[in-house]
Design a binder for this molecule. Structure first.
Ligand code: AMP
Length: 132
């Protein structure tokens, strides 16, 4: 499969690795858009959360927590944002499941929360569609 993150996971392509275990890999995002931009992926290929099995998801989130704690305990950060896009409609550009980890410092002036532009429908109407 011609997947850039599979190639990073297999070592075929280089990456600045932050953490690795048998099932997950964490490496620096090359976007250069914000200091400390990190990606966490499962080594096995899943497109996104919609096709990822529960065990892999558990492992990935444990890795995300480990790295988030490392950022705060050992690297001088105060918190992290977690960002994740599932599907092109959601803005996913690389179709291999990944969680963005953005380490944050108090007063760093980074805007990591999207400006959604305001809800267009009544909350109760949308609630009726969404509730399980
Ligand atoms: P998304 O738009 O949520 O799918 O995010 C994909 C991310 O992958 C972007 O932030 C890219 O900068 C990042 N990216 C693409 N290619 C590489 C690469 N070779 N090494 C590290 N990060 C990459």
């Amino acid at each position: 499969m011609d997947c850039i993150f599979c190639k990073i996971a297999s070592g075929e392509l280089p990456a600045k690795k932050v953490y690795e275990d048998a099932h997950t890999l964490v490496f620096m995002d090359i976007a250069g858009d914000v200091d400390g931009h990190i990606l966490a992926i499962p080594k096995r290929h899943f497109e996104n959360i919609l096709d990822c099995d529960g065990e892999t998801l558990d492992r990935l989130m444990r890795t995300v927590k480990l790295v988030a704690e490392h950022c705060v305990k050992n690297c001088g950060y105060d918190g992290v944002n977690l960002l994740n896009a599932n599907g092109t409609s959601a803005g996913q550009s690389v179709p291999h499941f990944h969680i963005h980890i953005i380490p944050r410092k108090s007063g760093d002036a980074v805007t990591a929360w999207p400006n959604f532009g305001g809800a267009k429908k009544d909350i109760d109407e949308v609630w009726q569609t969404l509730k399980l």
